[in-house]
Design a protein. Structure first.
Ligand code: NAD
Length: 274
C-alpha cells in the first residue's frame, strides 16, 4: 500500500503516515522500528527526550533500506533551547541515529516562560542551512508563538506537531496552519487509546466500515490532511495502523467524529510545560 505524501512549504514531501516511538523502551526500540519497517512504514518520529534515538538508528542501519526512502524526525529537548545549543544537540542526535542528516528537526516545546524559542529557531535555520536538518518545524506551538516566529524570523516552520485527536480537534490552529501553509502533524492521534476508542460513534463506524475504531480514527486524520504516527509495541497493531489506505469515510462520518471534541488533553498544556 502506497502511503500518500504531503507537500511542505519548503517543497519537500513527507509521508502522511509514520511510526511514533514515544514511550517505547530504549532496549526494545530497534526491534519495534524494524517491525514497522517490515510492514512498510518509512517515516519514524522520535525525539531526544524519548531516549531511544540509538534504537531507531540501529533499526535503520540493519534494514538495508536506502536512506532517501526514509523520513526521520527528531526533536530538540527542553534543556537545549538557545541558538548554538540547538545545533549542537542536533549533532548529538545524528551521532546516536548514525545519520548525517535528519529529514525534520522540531522544537519540541515552546517553553514561553523561558522565552528563547525565537533564538532557538535561528539555530534551526542554521541547521537547515548546513543540510543536517533538511526541513525544520515546531511542536506544541500556539498561535502567539507562531506569530512571533513570523514577525521576528524569516523562515516559516514546515510543520507544527500538536496534540490532536477526536477529543481535541484543534479548529483554531488548523485554520491558522491552513492560512500560513504549515502542515499539521497530529500527536497522540488515537488519544493514546485511553477510553477514546470505546466511544459509541467510533465503534458504530468501525462496524459500518468493517475496520477497528483505531483504523477509523487514523483514516479520519488522513482525510483531514494531517500527518500521523501512531505508536504501538504490538506487531498486529503496528500492521493494523498501517492498513488505512483502502477505505474512505464519508463527509458525514468525518463530521460525526469531530463532534466528539471535549477539549480534554491527554498531554501537558503547551503554555506552561517544560
Ligand atoms: P497514540 O495516540 O499513538 O496511542 C498509542 C497507544 O494507543 C498505544 O500505546 C496503545 O496503547 C494504543 N494503540 C495503538 N494502536 C492501537 C490499535 N490499533 N488499537 C487499539 N489501541 C491501540 O499516542 P502517542 O504514542 O502518545 O502518540 C503517537 C506519537 O506521537 C508518539 O509515539 C510520538 O512520536 C508523538 N508524540 C509527540 C508529542 C509531542 O509533544 N510532540 C507528544 C506525544 C506523542
Amino acid at each position: 500500500m502506497a502511503v500518500p505524501t504531503i507537500k511542505l512549504n519548503d517543497g519537500r514531501e513527507i509521508p502522511q503516515l509514520g511510526f511514533g516511538v514515544f514511550q517505547i523502551e530504549p532496549g526494545h526500540t530497534a526491534e519495534k522500528v524494524q517491525a514497522a519497517l517490515d510492514v512498510g512504514y518509512r517515516h519514524i518520529d522520535t525525539a531526544q527526550m524519548y531516549g531511544n534515538e540509538e534504537g531507531v538508528g540501529k533499526a535503520i542501519a540493519g534494514s538495508g533500506i536506502p536512506r532517501d526512502e526514509l523520513w526521520i524526525t527528531t526533536k530538540l529537548d527542553n534543556d537545549g533551547h538557545g541558538r548554538d545549543r540547538a545545533v549542537q544537540r542536533l549533532d548529538e542526535s545524528l551521532d546516536r541515529l548514525g545519520l548525517d542528516h535528519v529529514d525534520l528537526y522540531l522544537i519540541h516545546w515552546p517553553r514561553p516562560h523561558d522565552d528563547r524559542y525565537v533564538e532557538t529557531w535561528q539555530g534551526f535555520e542554521d541547521a537547515r542551512e548546513s543540510g543536517r536538518a533538511r526541513s525544520i518545524g515546531v511542536s506544541n506551538f500556539q498561535i502567539p508563538h507562531l506569530e512571533r516566529l513570523a514577525q521576528e524570523t524569516s523562515t516559516r516552520p514546515a510543520v507544527n506537531q500538536i496534540e490532536f485527536h477526536p477529543h481535541l480537534v484543534q479548529r483554531e490552529l488548523r485554520e491558522y496552519h491552513k492560512d500560513h501553509d504549515i502542515a499539521t502533524e497530529a500527536w497522540s492521534p488515537i488519544g493514546q487509546g485511553k477510553g477514546l476508542l470505546d466511544a459509541p460513534v467510533l465503534t458504530e463506524l468501525a462496524d459500518k466500515y468493517g475496520r477497528s475504531a483505531a483504523q477509523v480514527v487514523l483514516r479520519w486524520h488522513i482525510q483531514l490532511g494531517n500527518v500521523v504516527f501512531p505508536k504501538s509495541n504490538n506487531p498486529d497493531r503496528i500492521r493494523e495502523n498501517f492498513e488505512i489506505f483502502d477505505f474512505s469515510l464519508s463527509e458525514d462520518d468525518i463530521g460525526a467524529i469531530e463532534k466528539l471534541h471535549t477539549g480534554r488533553r491527554v498531554g501537558p498544556d503547551p503554555d506552561t510545560f517544560g
